[in-house]
Write a protein that binds this ligand. Structure first.
Ligand code: ZN
Length: 331
C-alpha cells in the first residue's frame, strides 16, 4: 500500500465532501473499522511503518474534524439566511375556549344570590307529577299537566317544566328560615320560534322566614336585576296568576337596552317582562308541613337565556342552542 497516496486521496475526499452526510461516508471509507488504513495498522510489523500510518490517521482525523466544523457552520449560515423570522408579521391567531353566554349569566345570578346569603341548588331534571304539579298547587285541569305541553316519560314521571319543584324538595328537607336559589334546565313542548325553545334554563329563588313581605321580594329582585343589568334598573310589579303564589306578580325591569326611552325590545314601553313572582301560597306551606301562620315567604323565577339575551343584546333564543362558534366566540 502506498501510504502517501492513500493520505492524498483521503484528504482530497475530505475536502470535496459537500455535506455532513457525505463527510460521514468519507470518514467510514478512510478511517472506519474496515478501511484500508485500519486494516494496514492491524497488520503492521515494524515500528517505523506503524508510526507513519498512525501519523496519517491523525492527520486524516484532524482534516475530517476541520471539514466537519466548516460544513456545520455553512449549514447554520444557510438556515440563518433562509429561515428569516419576520417579527412584524401578524401572529397565528389561536382561539381560547370561552364560557357559553348562558353559563356566564348563570354565574352572575349565582354570585348575586350567594352575596345575599342564599344557598345555590342544582336539582334533578326528571320529576314526578307529584312534585312538578300536585305539590305546587296546580289544579287538576291545569293545561301544563297535558301531554301537549309537557314531556312525560311515563304517567308518573316527566321532564320538569320549571325549577319550582326544587322549592318543595328543600322545604321538605329543611326547617325555615330558608333562602335558596335553584338554577337549571327545564323542558316544555314548545315549537321552536325566535323566543321559544323546548329546553331552556331557569333560575328560581325562594325565601321563607318570619314576617317576609312583598317589600322584601321587591328589594331582592331589585338587587338581582341591578347585578344583571346595571345599577340604574327599576323594578315594578303587575298582578298575575300562578298556582303556587298568592298574590302572584309579574315583575318588569326597566329596559336596559334603551334606558326607558323606548325601543323594539321593550315594545316602546320602557319596561321588560321578566319572569314571575309572588308570595308563597299558604297551601304550599301546609303541603310540606310548614306552619303558614308562623312563616311567610316569596318565590320568583326567570329564564336565564332571557336574562342573557338582555345582557348581551341577543335578539333570539335559538343561537343559545345552536353551538355556532362564530356566535359563541363573541363572548
Ligand atoms: Zn327599551
Amino acid at each position: 500500500m502506498d501510504a502517501a497516496a492513500l493520505e492524498r486521496e483521503g484528504l482530497a475526499a475530505v475536502a470535496s465532501a459537500a455535506t455532513p452526510e457525505e463527510l460521514d461516508g468519507v470518514r467510514v471509507e478512510y478511517l472506519g473499522r474496515k478501511s484500508t488504513l485500519k486494516l494496514a495498522l492491524r497488520d503492521v510489523r515494524d515500528r517505523e511503518s506503524g508510526l507513519e500510518l498512525n501519523a496519517i490517521r491523525e492527520r486524516l482525523e484532524e482534516a475530517v474534524e476541520a471539514r466537519e466544523d466548516e460544513l456545520r457552520s455553512a449549514v447554520l449560515d444557510r438556515r440563518l439566511t433562509e429561515e428569516v423570522l419576520d417579527v412584524t408579521l401578524p401572529g397565528e391567531e389561536r382561539h381560547l375556549g370561552t364560557l357559553h353566554p348562558t353559563t356566564l349569566t348563570r354565574r352572575v345570578i349565582e354570585d348575586a344570590f350567594l352575596g345575599l346569603g342564599y344557598e345555590v341548588i342544582d336539582d334533578r331534571e326528571v320529576e314526578t307529577v307529584h312534585y312538578n304539579f300536585d305539590q305546587l298547587a296546580f289544579g287538576p285541569a291545569h293545561p301544563s299537566r297535558s301531554h301537549r305541553d309537557t314531556f312525560f316519560l311515563d304517567p308518573e314521571r316527566l321532564l320538569r317544566t320549571e325549577t319550582s319543584p326544587s322549592q318543595i324538595h328543600v322545604m321538605e328537607a329543611k326547617k325555615p328560615p330558608i333562602y335558596m336559589v335553584s338554577l337549571g334546565r327545564v323542558y316544555r313542548r314548545d315549537e321552536i320560534t325566535a323566543t321559544r325553545f323546548p329546553i331552556f334554563h331557569q333560575f328560581e329563588g325562594l325565601a321563607v322566614d318570619r314576617n317576609i313581605t312583598l317589600a322584601d321580594l321587591k328589594g331582592t329582585l331589585l338587587h338581582v336585576m341591578r347585578t344583571l343589568f346595571g345599577e340604574h334598573r327599576q323594578v315594578r310589579f303587575r298582578t298575575h296568576y300562578f298556582p303556587f303564589t298568592e298574590p302572584s306578580l309579574e315583575p318588569d325591569v326597566s329596559c336596559p337596552i334603551c334606558e326607558m326611552e323606548g325601543c323594539r325590545t321593550c315594545k316602546y314601553t320602557g319596561w321588560i317582562e321578566l319572569g314571575g313572582a309572588g308570595m308563597v301560597d299558604p297551601r304550599v306551606f301546609s303541603n310540606v308541613g310548614i306552619d303558614p301562620e308562623e312563616w311567610t315567604g316569596f318565590a320568583f323565577g326567570c329564564g336565564i337565556e332571557r336574562a342573557a339575551q338582555l345582557r348581551h343584546g341577543i335578539p333570539e333564543i335559538r343561537p343559545f342552542w345552536e353551538n355556532d362558534l362564530r356566535v359563541l366566540r363573541q363572548f
